[in-house]
Design a protein around this ligand. Structure first.
Ligand SMILES: [Zn+2]
Length: 301
């Protein structure tokens, strides 16, 4: 079976734990939408495009997370001249991947355990910033959909009836596994679900989860919304007693029964709890106060 699975006439994907999306360009080439976790993913993309006789015209990254940009370095080094496109805020982190473990370390130089390939891909220069509602590459125009929330400047892309939704929503198994769908800005994440719901593409491809036909989208978006709201409610309940961020995270982890087996996973989890605390503060349901013990979160409202 061919590596590239067709979706519509000019869109393809390679299914996997990180789905890889492709658009056939007007000039007989292809655009890769995200590049997977590592050089093996980059190699797979090159092999799939060679097999389909579609030369790679560009890489478009939806956001900076390592499992979406990890193949960039291999592709850029092995296919000379391939340009990389990304939204402005994401571009900085794609070019300088150390920034991700730095932000997970509250701004400090990260310990080696946080500098692994799941948190820190190899950086590549970003050649073009994606601004505006459309992006034209090799004579082919894609719709750009703002999907911030999971990551600060995340975008989705749509072409020929397919919306490549990145981590704008997740499949049910992923939601189950993570407990809290990773968020940088919970309010923006919820608004992005609404932006996806308003679209009429034939298919929606999440970064992690099954290719979803339009008639199954609403239900899946509702499951995502419930997961986000459940996470917020759990964080709110953890404020029954005041506590600092790490104390709140401990209570939330226990309440959700999450297995977080390694420091990187725990750091990501704490970051997501922090996003929910910020969201609750915006809603007037939580506040951060400075006490003798330090910065303490407490319930409000
Ligand atoms: Zn992501």
């Amino acid at each position: 079976m061919a590596l590239l699975q067709p979706i519509t006439a000019r869109t393809f994907y390679i299914p996997g734990s990180n789905n890889l999306g492709f658009v056939a360009t007007a000039d007989g080439g292809a655009i890769a939408i995200d590049t997977g976790l590592d050089k093996d993913a980059g190699r797979l993309i090159r092999k799939a495009l060679d097999e389909a006789k579609l030369p790679l015209r560009a890489i478009v990254n939806t956001h900076h997370h390592a499992d979406h940009i990890g193949g960039n370095d291999f592709l850029v080094r092995n296919i000379p001249g391939v340009p990389v496109y990304a939204p402005p805020l994401e571009a900085a982190l794609i070019a300088h991947p150390l920034l991700e473990p730095i932000y997970l370390s509250m701004g400090a130089q990260p310990i080696p355990a946080l500098q692994n390939k799941w948190l820190m891909a190899k950086g590549v220069p970003v050649d073009h910033l994606i601004e505006g509602a459309q992006l034209t590459i090799a004579g082919t125009t894609l719709d750009v959909i703002a999907l911030p929330g999971h990551s600060l400047g995340q975008i989705g892309l749509a072409f020929d009836g397919v919306c490549f939704a990145a981590d704008g929503f997740f499949g049910p198994a992923i939601l189950q596994k993570h407990g809290i769908p990773y968020a940088q800005d919970v309010g923006a994440q919820l608004a992005s679900l609404g932006r996806l719901a308003a679209r009429n593409d034939l298919y929606f491809l999440p970064g992690h989860g099954d290719l979803t036909p339009r008639d199954q989208l609403e239900e899946l978006l509702a499951v995502n919304q419930s997961a986000i709201e459940h996470a917020s409610a759990t964080v709110r309940a953890a404020l029954a007693e005041p506590g600092d961020l790490l104390a709140v995270a401990r209570r939330v982890r226990a309440a959700l029964g999450l297995q977080l087996a390694a420091i990187p996973q725990y750091a990501i989890f704490v970051s997501a709890v922090s996003a929910h605390l910020g969201y609750l503060a915006q809603q007037g349901q939580a506040q951060l106060v400075l006490e003798e013990d330090g910065m303490i979160w407490q319930a409000a409202g």
